[in-house]
Write a protein that binds this ligand. Structure first.
Ligand code: ADP
Ligand code: ZN
Ligand code: ZN
Length: 750
């Protein structure tokens, strides 16, 4: 390869372009696309990624600065990943340098070496065989060491930490050929761990699981999109495990994405105990160093299963064989803050497509976009209707809050049902999507309602902590005893989980009750402790928020009470009913997972609401049919494509002014392109602008928020429009007075 003199570098700056540099004296060998380079940038030095080389630059020679240093001996992005990231930068209209930066662990962004050679102790195939058959029987140290290595190689430092003294045992095991030391240059594909595959076998799949596994496995080696639709407990994870196992047996690796809250130690253990192949686990709670190590394990191909949350969609996975996205409907797959707002689920599908591998999207409540892709034939639906471990699905019914006596948020019929289930030895789950003691603090004399100073919101009462907190900006002040306005006594109004826990304790004295929400679950392990107390039967009632709906087994819960199902009907967000139905179905799925049939009670003031009716009568599918018809009428996604420009400023006027100018710029653009005047037929087929309008909660954390929506039935037209429009937005004078961002396929509409 001849070395071209100019390198085009993606730098972490908001500028939507690559920057040209001279390959320079530092590069004695050609700089390959995908390697990190350090370059001068204004007064600073930045680390960027070489994207391509060129024979010449548009810059005059004397202005072309040299690359100062090449950080990687070989690319850290392979061409496929680089292309995927380039695609993502185009699709989300985000500067490619920032997209690349988002795909790298912080340590690598800051220049950490990728190739620091590393000695690892690994078990040999003979050693693994000996270990699984219980040897060596009389050398506990050696056995401990084998146990530590059975799920993947470890460094000396890791062994020191795990085992204390282990070197004598290692020497003995090396003598028997059961252990070896490898030096791992984390080059892709090299030094792969031997194919230590299944250590334990899964259960025999039932008929539906068998069909699902076979369909996906028939596609190993080509792109195919599958929706694995089954309620919680129907055996989806078992399908993932067996599909992944098949991919591993073919010498391929697997990428498994889960929502943040779904990445529990139970899930990780389930994968770990199934495969001896090393795993890399990537999630947001890792330290920078842990993240680097996990990323390296993925990069080198040492890890054969990469399991992680949202940003793991960018993890390097050499020899990728299959991608799984669990709980694909979960909103946490969409990054909706910061600059680069991407959907990990959607990128997973693109990655599978480009990589020629199957992708499995699993959910009890698939997103409407996903259902629509099934309808149009883009994905194949695989259904698990039976719960693997048990028989009857739970019975859902409504409690009309208008005609029932209600005490502190809990209706009499609900109280009676709780009593009955407790008497029959069952456990009860009470769901309320609001933490704290009460959502408002009211002065009964003057009507003062404790407001957040920085948001259009009330402060939430946290009684045990004696604090008033804002759930939007984090403001936190002492709970006043008297009204600051008139000095009269104040009163907490409404219910949060903390108050429901108190009410239940009063209604069922002597019945142990635990609460699960972000206020009580602060550390890793808190959740596990709560789970343990429910599993052991030590606790009989569980009160919680959304946190209880994800992926945990409560086999003895026979009753689920949903205290308030109504928020979903009155939101400005067209997705609110979909989310509400998903939540109800997910919560309901907690009931009756053991042998006992479950009962689900939903308290509502709108028992005749057609959406709620269809959910009860026909389940999620029926609900989706009705709700999708409404979306189609209003031409919301998935029947159109949407992008949102959001901004915030110190005043409401400034926030709206920028978006008003942005809208004007869009109209000028269209006029300049000719013909497609607003309202004309060409325009109606192209893009529609909605807004600007203040956000539903306009003031948040002291800033005023607004949004402008861009909608089109034609995806290509929308993206062409954005390509032309964004540079115009960036050039608007008012852009300096706001913070703004573009959100393509926004998951929330304010
Ligand atoms: P999901 O991921 O849909 O919630 P899981 O795969 O976790 O379902 O299955 C629920 C429970 O049933 C788990 O304890 C699992 O081990 C068990 N299970 C799954 N498939 C089978 C099967 N074919 N035979 C026996 N048990 C199974
Ligand atoms: Zn008052
Ligand atoms: Zn606030």
């Amino acid at each position: 390869m001849s070395s071209l003199p100019v390198v085009r570098v993606a730098l972490p700056t908001p500028l939507r372009r690559l920057f040209d540099y001279r390959a320079g004296p530092a590069a004695d060998s050609p700089i390959m696309a995908g390697t990190r380079v350090r370059v001068p940038f204004g007064q600073r030095r930045l680390i960027g990624v070489a994207m391509e080389t060129a024979a010449s630059s548009e810059l005059p020679d004397e202005r072309l600065k040299p690359v100062l240093e090449t950080l990687d001996p070989q690319p850290i992005f392979d061409p496929a990943t680089l292309a995927l990231l380039g695609w993502a930068a185009d699709y989300y209209h985000h500067p490619v340098g920032e997209v690349l930066a988002a795909a790298l662990p912080k340590a690598l962004r800051l220049g950490a070496a990728i190739d620091a050679a590393e000695e690892r102790w690994i078990i040999s195939p003979a050693g693994l065989e000996a270990y699984t058959s219980g040897e060596p029987r009389r050398a506990p140290r050696q056995r401990q060491l084998l146990a530590a290595l059975a799920s993947g190689g470890l460094t000396a430092a890791e062994l020191d930490e795990k085992l204390g003294s282990w070197r004598d045992a290692a020497r003995a095991l090396i003598g028997r050929g059961w252990l070896s030391v490898v030096v791992l240059p984390p080059a892709a594909g090299e030094a792969r761990a031997p194919a230590l595959l299944a250590v334990s076998r899964g259960p025999e799949p039932n008929e539906e699981q068998r069909v699902a596994i076979d369909r996906v496995c028939e596609s190993l080696g080509v792109f195919a999109g599958f929706v694995l639709h089954g309620v919680t407990g129907s055996g989806k994870t078992e399908v993932y495990l067996q599909v992944v196992e098949r991919a591993l047996r073919l010498g391929r690796s697997a990428l498994v994405l889960v929502p943040e809250i779904g990445l529990t130690p139970q899930l990780v253990n389930r994968f770990r105990s199934r495969f001896a192949a090393p795993m890399a686990v990537l999630h947001s709670a890792l330290t920078d160093h842990e993240r680097l190590l996990a990323w390296r394990d993925a990069f080198s191909g040492r890890a054969r299963v990469v399991l992680g949350t949202r940003s793991a969609v960018f993890a390097p996975v050499p020899d990728l064989g299959v991608i799984v996205v669990d709980e694909e409907h979960d909103p946490s797959f969409k990054q909706h803050e910061g600059g680069f707002r991407y959907s990990a689920r959607d990128l997973a599908v693109v990655r599978a497509q480009r990589g020629g591998v199957p992708v499995v999207l699993g959910s009890a409540t698939p997103a409407f976009e996903t259902l629509q892709n099934v309808t149009t034939g883009r994905y194949e639906r695989l259904v698990l209707t039976r719960r693997a471990a048990e028989a009857a699905p739970p019975r859902l019914s409504l409690i009309d809050l208008r005609s029932s006596a209600v005490r502190a948020g809990i209706s009499t019929p609900a109280v009676q049902a709780i009593e009955r289930h407790l008497a029959n030895g069952g456990q009860v789950l009470v769901f309320l999507n609001r933490r704290g003691y009460a959502p408002t603090l009211l002065c009964t004399a003057c009507g003062w309602l404790a407001p957040c100073r920085d948001c259009d919101a009330r402060l939430t009462v946290h009684l045990a902590a004696a604090r008033l907190r804002c759930h939007h900006c984090g403001a936190d002040t002492a709970l006043p005893e008297r009204c600051p306005q008139c000095g009269f006594a104040v009163k907490a109004v409404g219910q949060g989980t903390e108050r429901i826990e108190e009410t239940l304790a009063a209604l069922f004295p002597g019945t142990p009750c635990i609460r699960l929400d972000r206020d009580v679950v602060r550390r890793r392990g808190d959740m596990e402790e709560a789970m343990r107390r429910m599993a052991s039967g030590e606790a009989r009632i569980l009160v919680g928020t959304q946190m209880v709906t994800k992926g945990h087994d409560f086999p003895n819960v026979t009753l689920v009470v949903v205290l308030n199902a109504d928020q979903g009907f009155f939101s400005s967000d067209f997705r609110a009913p979909e989310r509400l139905a998903q939540t109800i179905v997910q919560v309901a799925g907690r009931a009756g997972r053991g042998e006992k049939a479950g009962e689900v009670l939903i308290q509502t003031e709108f028992p005749d609401h057609p959406l709620l009716r269809s959910l009860l009568a026909e389940g999620y599918d029926g609900f989706a049919r009705v709700a999708l018809a409404e979306r189609s009428q209003a031409s919301w996604p998935p029947f159109s494509r949407l992008a949102a420009v959001r901004d915030s400023a110190k005043t409401a006027e400034a926030a709206l002014a920028f978006l008003t100018e942005a809208r004007k710029a869009a109209e000028d653009l269209r006029a300049a392109r000719g013909g497609s005047a607003p309202g004309s037929r060409t325009e109606s087929r192209a893009v529609r602008l909605l807004g600007p309008a203040p956000a539903a909660m306009a003031k948040r954390a002291g800033r005023y928020h607004a949004q402008l929506l861009v909608e089109s039935a034609d995806r290509a037209a929308l993206h062409r429009f954005l390509d032309a429009w964004l540079p115009a937005l960036e050039a608007l004078p008012s852009v300096r007075r706001v913070r703004w961002a573009l959100d393509v396929d926004p998951s929330e509409i304010f």
